[in-house]
Design a protein. Structure first.
Length: 81
């Protein structure tokens, strides 16, 4: 869904995800379910921008909440699979 390094030397810093619900795992723990909707990029000048790959949907109150999850530099790049 993203490149860790893009052509303009921007670096992906965060995955952007929206909570879509919850589920119960095998240990009977309630966990959040997320949909990845984009990425936060950091440019050479230190500025950041967010690229959305889809439109996030509002909740029942009309609010849109997005979560940023750090990208670990050791994580495999999905573009390479």
């Amino acid at each position: 869904m993203f490149n860790k390094k893009s052509k303009d030397m921007s670096t992906a810093k965060f995955k952007v995800a929206q909570k879509t619900g919850t589920y119960t795992n095998q240990n009977k723990e309630t966990k959040n379910r997320y949909l990845e909707v984009g990425v936060v990029l950091e440019h050479q000048d230190g500025n950041q921008s967010m690229k959305l790959n889809c439109y996030p949907l509002p909740n029942a109150k009309g609010e849109i909440w997005l979560n940023f999850f750090p990208i670990n530099k050791d994580d495999p790049d999905p573009q390479d699979s």
